[in-house]
Design a protein. Structure first.
Length: 65
């Protein structure tokens, strides 16, 4: 299991756990399948921002195997 701070580890179709903007205080994770990668830089300290297939947007906290 890897964290979601490196863009090279994330690609459309993989299952990830993200933290949504409204859940950043609580740290509640939401699981889903990546549709789009929204962060342009190679790494991000708080996680790469993605859009899931259901339309939710958040930062990847971990990549599910």
């Amino acid at each position: 299991m890897t964290d979601g701070r490196s863009r090279k580890d994330i690609r459309p179709g993989i299952e990830v756990s993200i933290v949504l903007k409204q859940d950043q205080r609580t740290g509640k994770l939401t699981r889903g399948i990546v549709k789009d990668i929204l962060t342009k830089s190679g790494t991000h300290p708080h996680g790469i921002k993605v859009r899931l297939v259901d339309g939710q947007v958040g930062r990847v906290q971990r990549i599910e195997e």
